[in-house]
Every structure is written in structure tokens, then in C-alpha cells.
Design a protein around this ligand. Sequence first.
Ligand code: PEP
Ligand code: MG
Length: 330
Amino acid sequence: ARRGLNRLRHLPACTRDGVELSLMANIELPGEVDSARQAGAEGIGLLRSEFLFMNRDALPGEAEQAELLRGIVVGMQGRPVTVRTLDAGGDKLGGALGPRLTAEPAANPALGLRAIRLSLRHPEVLEDQMAAILSAATLGPVRILLPMVTEPGEIVAARRVLAAAARRLEKRGEAVPDPLPPVGCMIEIPGAALAADALAEQADFFAIGTNDLTQYTLAIDRADETVADLYNPLHPAVLRLIQFTTRAALRARIPVSVCGEMAGDPRLVPLLVGLGLRELSMSSTTLPRVKQRIRRLTASDALALAAQVMSQSDSGRIADLLDELGDGGR
Ligand code: PEP
Ligand code: MG
């Protein structure tokens, strides 16, 4: 079976009726670039940049970040790299980074000063990161992804910081990519999903983060074992938010991807295809199986499945529907 999956590497992620998908890798460390390429990823759909800030006493400077990001972009050999700006707070880097950027521990870290909110509160830190991203973007295609966005104004503000970073490089006589890289936002907060049409006016692309979207929609801490059995991305509320977001992106003609765990689950992929998604980003280890699932699927079956699923109000029944199609396609 491993050999079979390996052979898939150079084959397109194309359904039997000719609909092509783009399968990208999620990575958290520069060392994962090789396995992304080996898995046949068409690019990095989500680079979690927290590694740049981990296990250290001082914030990383622009030069240090630039060197690491340049290595990743060069390593992807011309394929796009989606760099997410620092997503600190909540479950990520909470205690490790928090004290250096925030004065007080948050009363409720999941709802507090985190991710893009934290970055915009410290524009000098964001500007260093943007400058490093721009420097890497002269070596290959790069997209900039903002975490935990709720307001169009956050995208506008982040673009202003990006422009300041570009001026910084220009003043030093360094190359700046022209045009500047696309700036998109994560859709991982229910309010952002419901306002996706408004966000699409400012965002160049969407990346739906189903991990946090599930957490915030169902009010279930994604890391809390005592409620893990209730954590369910197949809850109709989560699926409706994914559908609403995807439709808003298609209407606005901006690219939309899913980069949460859902995208890497071969069982859920037919539903995502049926909802209109054409770009999925996942951990490299799951990519070949997802590709295999897509190559055995027809987009018309996926569309019919999505219609059936979206008319259901019971997540148990939804899971059954997915399993039925899964058996047929295997
Ligand atoms: C998500 O929330 O679904 C996501 C992709 O981001 P992370 O898992 O890094 O929070
Ligand atoms: Mg998230």
C-alpha cells in the first residue's frame, strides 16, 4: 500500500470526472519542507510561524527570521509558501511568549489579546516579521496569512504594517517584491465566517481553520480532554459556517482553502469537495491518502453528498452519510 501511495506523488489530485484540487502542506518547522515535497505537496498552505518565537528569551530580529523563511521558500522550489503571521496566545506559546509581549496574563486566553490582535498591538514586532517575509518573497511565491481575524479593519491595518516594512527594505536598497504578496485571513472564528462577505472585500484569500472554528462555534476547548468527545467538526453549525464562507469567497472570486485537521481526513474530503473547496492544506503524512481519496471520487457524487449532508440536522446521521460514500469509494 505504501508503494501505491508513493506512486501517487507525481499524479494530479484530480477527481474521476476531471475536477482538479490543489493539495498543500501544513508545516511548523523548516525541517518539514523535505517531507512536504516528498509527499507531493503543491506548496505550503500553512506555515505556522510560531517556531521563530519558541524557546528563547528575546524576540527574534528581522534578519534571523528572514534567513529561516528564505530557506523555506528556496526549499519549496518555486511552489507557493503561505506564511501565517505570529499566532501567539490561547493554546499557542501562551506562557512562553506572553510575558514579553503582554503585561498581564489573560483572564481568558482563548478570547484575549492573541494572534493578529497581539501583533497589531505591537506593530514593531509585526513589521519585523513582515520585513522578513518580504525578503523571502523575493525568492519565490509567498502569501501572507493573518490569524484570528474578526474585522476587515485588521486586514487593512496589517497591510499598512506590510507597506511600512516594504519601505524599510527599499530604504536599505534591498529588493521588494512587486506587487506585494497577497494578504489573506484565517476564517476560524464564527463571527468571521458569518461576516465572510465583508472580509472578502479586504482579503486576497481565505484559509478556513476548522480546528479553531469548531472550538469557538461549539464552545469546546480543543485541548481539553474532558470535553474531547464533544468536539465535532461535523456539527451542522460548523458545516454551515464552512459552506457560508466558501460561497462568499466564490462570489468574491478570491481563493479559499481549508487548512484545519478536517482537510487531512480522507473521510471528510468528499464533503469539502462537494461544498466547493478546491484547495486543501494538511500535514504531509496524510496528503497521499487524501489524494488517493480524491482520485477515486467524482465531483458530482461529492456535490450530491454535500447536498444531502447540509440538509441534515443530526451530526450522527451526517457521519453515517460520509461512511456510506466512503465504503463505495474505497
Ligand atoms: C485552525 O485553527 O484550524 C488552524 C489551521 O490553525 P491552528 O491549528 O494552527 O490553530
Ligand atoms: Mg487556529
